[in-house]
Ligand binder design. Structure first.
Ligand code: TYD
Ligand code: MG
Length: 467
């Protein structure tokens, strides 16, 4: 059989088995080129899309026995930054490739530098293609790391990066950012998909071969992914996303992929003038500063990963000057808001079809679970009636179409998060009472639980009814 050559679009990285004039994937003309098929293993590997050692002899590789392998994936590198270690599941795994994504300016470089700061100087290497050495020194100064001899390289050429990783042999290295690294062997521009794909593949090979933990930072595109399609996410071992609103100091670190741990973990940090600080007691942080006894503000407790978070939900309703009222949300699904408004119209006869309605979750967090339904409805009713909650309570419960309040998971955990920071009253779904038996037996004396089975009952309790 004739040997097949591989072709690839130099713009988007799409593979072809032959030459075409136009890439069917990205639509670019005359970008499909033969992938260099030289004697060098390295290029073969890149073309084959694999980082595995290539067997030149053509013989099949001898199988290994699973029980005889050393489990050196257990070899963990703890950073001492609590929230980071927890999200990773006990620190970085040796030889793993970690992608740290996030909007520009969110704090990726800061977190990466801080992570390096906790290791011995000759174990680390910081490679930057984005900032000058002077800028990085200034950042290190803010972080109190200026006295540390962290090795620094400002290069973007893949060959140079490979060479320095081989000669310096760090345990852990940062490449800031993956979008700036390019391989001179490809004609595509730095930051283009084919460059990022090739370079990441090369870095993956180096990480596995030399057992170096590599942290790649990456900017997120408008679509919310690093470098367009999810090519990078597939290749790396761990994908962490750094989120938060720039005008608040809260930063959330989320593992969306983790070959060595749980993916639903969430780390919470606060950006201070001396860098990022782990916030382990988040309950207070995200709902503190809440104006008490103000209409339109209700606190609920959501579960993010394995951690409960107290969040404030704010709502605002104003008479709509237009025919079609505005429905605007931040942190919750807009169609969920429409549904809750429909339930309100039907079950308690509060019709907001002539009112613009806005709902915000403070702290820049997105609530994905329905456990906040009752709290959202309470906040809306509170602003609509211009009446603060009569009962200062944390509100939990999913709301069904007929206005029934449905149970939520892990109620005891959510309540404990609130009671630890001084909340005493909790409005809960009666249907979830079963799971509360154990908690009720051990509950603190100052904690009061109120069970409701539908929204009417909840609102009778939360509002004084004097209006
Ligand atoms: P940076 O790590 O440069 O973000 P990224 O690499 O994701 O683009 O952080 C940028 C922001 O963080 C910048 O606006 C300044 C702020 N910052 C602090 O508030 N405190 C600090 O100690 C540091 C180093 C940065
Ligand atoms: Mg940066």
């Amino acid at each position: 059989m004739a040997k097949k050559s591989l072709y690839m679009c130099t713009e988007c990285g799409q593979d072809y088995i032959g030459w075409f004039g136009r890439c069917t994937n990205c639509g670019a003309w005359d970008t499909i080129a033969e992938v260099p098929d030289s004697k060098e293993n390295k290029k073969k590997q890149a073309a084959k899309g694999s980082w595995l050692p290539f067997d030149d002899s053509g013989q099949s590789t001898k199988p290994l026995k699973l029980n005889e392998l050393e489990a050196d994936l257990q070899d963990r590198l703890l950073t001492g930054i609590d929230e980071l270690d927890q999200v990773l599941g006990q620190g970085f795994v040796r030889g793993s490739l970690v992608l740290l994504g996030g909007d520009p300016g969110i704090g990726k470089s800061t977190l990466a530098l801080q992570a390096l700061g906790s290791f011995a100087e000759d174990e680390t290497l910081y490679i930057s293609g984005e900032e000058s050495a002077e800028q990085i020194r200034l950042r290190a100064e803010r972080l109190g790391l200026a006295g540390k001899a962290i090795r620094l390289l400002t290069v973007t050429d893949f060959a140079a990066i490979e060479e320095s990783l081989r000669s310096l042999r760090p345990q852990i290295a940062v490449i800031d950012s993956i979008q700036t690294v390019y391989s001179a062997e490809l004609s595509a521009a730095p930051g283009s998909l084919s460059q990022i794909r090739e370079v990441t593949m090369g870095l993956l090979r180096i990480a596995k071969e030399l057992a170096i933990t590599l942290i790649l930072t990456g900017h997120v595109t408008k679509e919310g992914t690093v470098a367009g399609p999810r090519v990078l996410e597939h290749m790396v071992d761990v994908v962490l996303y750094f989120e938060g609103e720039k005008d608040t100091s809260v930063r959330l670190l989320r593992a969306v992929k983790n070959r060595f741990g749980a993916t639903d973990e969430l780390g919470v940090f606060e950006m201070t003038d001396k860098g990022l600080i782990s916030v382990s007691e988040t309950s207070a942080l995200l709902s503190s500063g809440r104006p008490r006894h103000t209409a339109g503000s209700v606190v609920t407790s959501t579960i993010e990963g394995s951690r409960p978070l107290l969040l404030e939900i704010q709502a605002l309703t104003v008479a709509s000057p237009y025919g079609t009222p505005i429905r605007m949300t931040q942190g919750i699904d807009r169609s969920r808001l429409s549904l809750l408004l429909a339930v309100m119209a039907k079950s308690i006869r509060v019709d907001l079809s002539q009112f613009d309605t806005y709902v915000n979750v403070t702290g820049g967090i997105r609530i994905a679970e329905t456990a906040a339904d009752l709290a959202i409805m309470s906040a809306i009713l509170s602003t609509f009636r211009e009446e603060p909650l009569h009962l200062d309570a944390i509100v939990l419960g999913e709301v069904g179409l007929t206005g029934e309040v449905r149970p939520v998971s892990q109620m005891a955990k959510r309540i404990e998060a609130g009671s630890r920071v001084g909340w005493q009253s909790f409005v809960l779904p009666a249907a979830g009472r079963e799971q509360m038996k154990l908690y009720e037996n051990t509950q603190k004396s100052d904690v009061k639980l109120f069970y409701v089975s539908n929204v009417q009952e909840a609102f009778d309790l939360l509002f004084s009814g004097e209006k």
